[in-house]
Design a protein around this ligand. Sequence first.
Ligand code: GAL
Length: 328
Amino acid sequence: MKFVFTLAWLLLAAAVQLPVATRAAESVRPGEIWPDNRGRHIQVHGGGILKFGDTFYWFGEDRSQDNLRSLRYVACYSSTNLTDWTFRNQVVKLADPENLGRGWVLERPKVFYNAPTKKFVLYAHIDNGNYQFASVAVFTCDTVDGDYRYLKSFRPLGQESRDIGQFVDDDGSAYLIFENRPYGFRIAKLSDDFLNVEKEICLIHAPLEGGALVHYNGLYYVIGSHMTGWHPNPNLYATAKSLAGPWSKFKDLAPPEKNTYGSQSTMLLKIPGTKTTSVIFMGDLWRPETQWDSRYLWMPLEIGDGKLSLPEPREWTLDVTTGEAKIK
Ligand code: GAL
């Protein structure tokens, strides 16, 4: 009898879970709860993606409601189709390493893989509560989803750095994009072991943050948002034939009155496939008062000939083999 009850309960539980698992497998739905394999909303705010082998790893700020208030967390999820995500680990669970005090922040984590040293290197924006420390934190790990070890913090090129973005070019060189008030934002090359920010490539004189880059059909596209904190604004883009510039004028990514459909840029993800190459806009839909419930806006961009356009958010599907993205 007890066995029958247990079986019935398990079946019921499976039936309840099913819609979650099925929904996630079908499509990307901007702005909705994005459940992981456990049915919990994915926690990778201000995140970035690393492809390692055939697997995509998504890292970001873990702002789960039950996190300890004194620690800062980075979570990692994995996927082979960019739609279904498996929770791997809270790869960073860190207590204030620089004595920055209450309200210290660890934001916009990005992970690079350094082939020569076989190390995974995580950069994040580290700051105190009023954003005056303005530095990057560096962590390393021997495995992609292990526990990352805090190494150090510094100001890249000796400059104030707040929002950071990551970019790996087709030749494997790795770059950090950082917002550098009051000058604009800088694109800088990482050292051979990725543990330092070595060389300035370009200073773009535009007061933008949430910087992201993609190299598509011989042209670089950079995007960024205005500096309005958690509140959305019209994100902009510019293009250049070389990372060092000259960069074109900045233009609107979407109709300005739409405020980037409520989102803020965090990364541009290129998916080269057998039929085509798609570029995905990854943005955050911040919910400042309920951060754990902040959502994601991912959409395939209309891109080409120096133009970039974020379509109105709708449900869409991606085939990572062919590179095709289809808006429903
Ligand atoms: C935004 C920034 C976020 C976070 C927020 C705090 O401008 O992009 O990453 O720092 O400010 O207000």
